[in-house]
Design a binder for this molecule. Structure first.
Ligand code: ADP
Ligand code: ADP
Length: 227
């Protein structure tokens, strides 16, 4: 589904990504780990073109999305992204957070968008919160809403950038449980996280990055050893 070839990213003279090569199959769950500052977040942000790569090529569903003239918006619609800091619309209700983009960007009717939104709120266990505002939710609830909002666009792949790092410890589990459910349902996922237990349990493949390169890659058993 995604093929990354010799991906490079520099800020000024500093090269952050020094030639990343990776292929991600449909339905695969890839967990990216590594020290802070190793380029994990930059890698994710290049994949959905939030950052412009400095070199290399990214193929998504057989199209080069780094090619000149490529329609970035069409590609981004197919990639759901979840950030460390939820990024919900504070002045919109939970339901409105989920229906806004499907109505505005995809052209769904409000009725259709609300039907999909309510199904997703059931999936993340927050249907009863639909009329609340983000400020009325816990961190874990906000992040589950952020995941549901990304899913409302019916993406082909989900990208997670440290989705539990900003949460109080007691809320990490409820977010990881939603992600596990997605993985079991066959969603293609690329996840940057420090949650090693989750990585071992849910990852089909672990990618270990350091200083802008992939230094190790394999199944959880290959990378972490047997439990
Ligand atoms: P990680 O996610 O592994 O912690 P990042 O991809 O966030 O690493 O950052 C890798 C390096 O790139 C860091 O040294 C960071 O300071 C630098 N960096 C990230 N974004 C920018 C930017 N917009 N401008 C300059 N440097 C950046
Ligand atoms: P996170 O909490 O997700 O790791 P960071 O604090 O690393 O995020 O970065 C927050 C934002 O600042 C990102 O958009 C990143 O690209 C940018 N950034 C990070 N490091 C630098 C830097 N050295 N110079 C400029 N921008 C940076």
């Amino acid at each position: 589904m995604i093929t990354v070839k010799n991906l490079r990213k520099s800020y000024g003279k500093t090269e952050i990504l020094k030639g990343i090569d990776i292929g991600i199959a449909s339905g695969e769950v890839v967990v990216v780990i590594g020290p802070s500052g190793s380029g994990k977040s930059t890698f994710l942000r290049c994949i959905n073109l939030l950052e412009q790569p400095s070199g290399g090529e990214i193929m998504f569903e057989n199209n080069s999305i780094t090619a000149r003239g490529h329609n970035i918006n069409a590609t981004r619609e197919k990639m759901g992204m979840v950030f460390q800091h939820f990024n919900l619309f504070p002045h919109k209700t939970v339901l409105q957070n989920l229906t806004l983009a499907p109505v505005k960007v995809k052209g769904l009717s409000t009725v259709e968008a609300e039907k999909i939104a309510m199904e997703l709120l059931q999936t993340v266990g927050l249907a009863d919160k639909k009329d609340l505002y983000p400020s009325q939710l816990s961190g874990g609830q906000k992040q589950r809403i952020a995941i549901a909002r990304a899913l409302a666009m019916q993406p082909h792949v989900m990208l997670f950038d440290e989705p539990t790092s900003a949460l109080d410890p007691e809320m990490v589990g409820e977010v990881l449980d939603v992600m596990k459910k997605l993985a079991k349902g066959g969603m293609t996922m690329i996840i940057v996280t420090h949650e090693m237990g989750f990585a071992r349990e849910v990852g089909d493949r672990i990618v270990f990055m350091d200083k802008g390169v992939i230094v190790e890659e394999g199944t959880p058993e290959q990378v972490f050893g047997n439990p």
